[in-house]
Design a protein around this ligand. Structure first.
Ligand code: GAP
Length: 533
């Protein structure tokens, strides 16, 4: 595959999310759910090309984890089996896992703007010790901002509210902005009276932070009472822990081994945002790796490297990918002990020049197995058949977002190019491209269409290809560029004479001529299987 040199992220201009979202809708990757009814915040539908892209990523992850898992430190492939567990489980499982009690975000409402914010996403200029201004006769000590606010927005807003320049510059430039929700400082009613919310025009309109559980619930059976309440899973991981014993008893796996699962997860996020980055219904690809507690570090380091290479193998530029260890105060309840969690982060356009989480690799210790053992009364220990040692395995968990991964692939692929009619092309790695090739008769003439159809019928058995007959050839190339098809094979007058076709490369727009009966081989050679290794 010939690929044009990509500008390094330092020099490349960051694409605008608006353009990516527009292309996704225009070409059928992602639509707002219930679009004709005005959408539903936090829910998205994957169109004809989006579902292909998502399935390709899903299948490559499955291959990487389950069908051909990586080679372990001993030179042999590691053992991982698959699972597809139910979305709704016995509600006791979510009590044991800690989700009923603790899976919540602090939330504040604004009585004036009617907007809702995650308290831990608001920043406050706590540097002010004097009232900085009086608004509508009320003193203002604190101004709250959304954590994504840019310096310009800070300044414009502070100016509007009547700050003097020195204060303004100090607040922004010496970093004296603080999290709104400060566990030590608290936020009493009196202080809230002096805070002006991010979208408010007067102080005192923010409510006290309230814990808001993120799990969606429903009722199982005909009556809708507390006793019938059940939850939509907020992570696929728990289904794996619930089946630890079943898998162990029914298959030949021995510790260390993994159980992998891909599927939907649901979270009633307070602020779904950034397109499909944080949605309320999404898909995860999670693997729980069960190992001896003494080997947790070895396997954590192993999975770290494997997972990073996986994403880079799919075309994410290494400059756009980084690892970040969680600070102690951001760790989930299950990762407070042990080695903590490290994220694989991607430089999304809306986080640039910063990064956003793509996948977390957590050392969950024996938290989940022990919790389910305690609540269910069923022993979830493991006895080593060689040493007879009994222990509760520790878990290393690489947990990736499938739909968030789709977004990273789309953002990485989006390449503006003023030198082509479409003005942009998607530079997908061939292994994830929704369509691997397009077969295009140069014209709708009798001489071209039957040959193109024949080629299409031969190739479609092996690859997901498009036969596109309508419109002029320039428009068809433009469409294939915009959907990221790596190759276009064009049938013209010469094809009838010497059985050759042109092959046009997406990134360079260069054309070669090859024999019609070599197309399948040519594609096989150039599809560059992405295993992430
Ligand atoms: N079992 C561990 C777990 O669920 P997490 O960090 O909450 O950990 C894992 O989620 C991954 O799932 C994240 O790295 C992210 O890619 C994806 N994810 C989490 N919440 C999401 C949301 N609201 N929308 C889209 N993807 C999400």
């Amino acid at each position: 595959m010939q690929t044009a040199e990509k500008a390094s992220p330092a020099t490349a201009s960051v694409p605008d999310m608006k353009d990516i979202v527009a292309l996704c809708k225009r070409r059928g990757f992602v639509f707002p759910a219930s679009d004709i009814y005005g959408g539903l915040n936090g829910f998205w539908d994957y169109g004809p090309l989006g579902v292909e892209l998502k399935n390709n990523l899903r299948d490559l992850w499955w291959k990487h984890m389950v069908t051909t898992p990586p080679i372990g430190p001993d030179g042999m492939p590691v053992d991982i089996v698959g699972l597809d567990s139910s979305i709704i489980q016995n509600p006791k499982a979510w009590i044991a896992s800690g989700h009923v009690g603790g899976f919540s975000d602090p939330m504040v409402d604004c009585r004036e703007s009617k907007k809702r914010y995650r308290a831990d996403h608001l920043l406050l200029n706590r540097a002010m010790t004097q009232p900085i201004s009086k608004i509508k006769g009320k003193e203002v000590y604190f101004v709250a901002f959304d954590h994504k606010a840019e310096r310009d927005e800070f300044e414009t807003r502070l100016k509007k509210l009547g700050f003097n320049t020195n204060q303004r510059v100090e607040i922004v430039s010496d970093g004296k902005v603080y999290e709104f929700y400060d566990k030590e400082l608290g936020l009493d009613k009196e202080k809230l009276e002096k805070v002006i919310g991010p979208d408010a025009t007067e102080p005192g309109t923010l409510t006290e932070p309230k814990q808001f559980n993120l799990m969606f619930h429903t009722f199982v059976g005909a009556t809708a009472g507390e006793e019938n309440k059940a939850y939509l899973r907020p992570e696929t991981a728990q289904g794996i822990f619930l089946n630890f014993k079943n898998v162990l008893d029914s298959s030949r796996v021995r510790v260390p081994f993994g159980i992998a699962q891909i599927g939907k997860a649901f979270r009633n996020e307070v602020t779904p945002r950034n397109f499909i980055f944080r949605s309320r219904e999404f898909e995860q690809m999670e693997m729980e790796w069960f190992c001896h507690p003494d080997e947790a570090k070895k396997w954590r380091d192993f999975w770290f490297e494997q997972r990073k290479q996986f994403w880079i193998g799919l075309g994410l530029t290494s400059d756009n990918v980084r690892m970040r260890q969680h600070d102690q105060d951001e760790l989930s309840h299950y990762a407070k002990e042990g080695l903590g969690t490290a994220d694989i982060e991607y430089r999304f356009p809306f986080t640039a020049p910063g990064f956003g989480e793509l996948e977390g690799i957590a050392h969950r210790c024996d938290f989940d197995l022990k919790a389910h053992q305690e609540h269910s009364g069923v022993k979830l220990e493991y006895q080593d058949p060689v040493t007879n040692e009994k222990f509760t395995p520790h878990v290393i968990e690489p947990a990736a977002g499938l739909t968030r991964g789709v977004l990273a692939l789309l953002c990485e692929a989006y390449t503006p190019d003023p030198n082509r009619p479409s003005g942009v092309y998607l530079d997908f790695h061939p292994s994830v491209a929704p369509k691997k090739a397009a077969i295009l008769p140069l014209t709708a003439k009798e001489a071209h269409v039957p040959l193109a159809t024949k080629l299409y019928m031969d190739i479609r058995e092996h690859f997901n290809v498009d036969l596109d007959i309508k419109q002029n050839i320039g428009k068809r190339y433009a469409r294939q560029d915009e959907i990221g098809t790596p190759f276009c094979f064009t049938i013209d007058d010469q094809t009838g004479q010497d059985q050759t076709v042109t092959v046009r490369h997406r990134n360079t727009m260069k054309q070669d001529r090859i024999g019609m009966d070599h197309v399948a081989d040519y594609m096989r050679k150039n599809m560059l299987t992405a295993t992430g290794r």
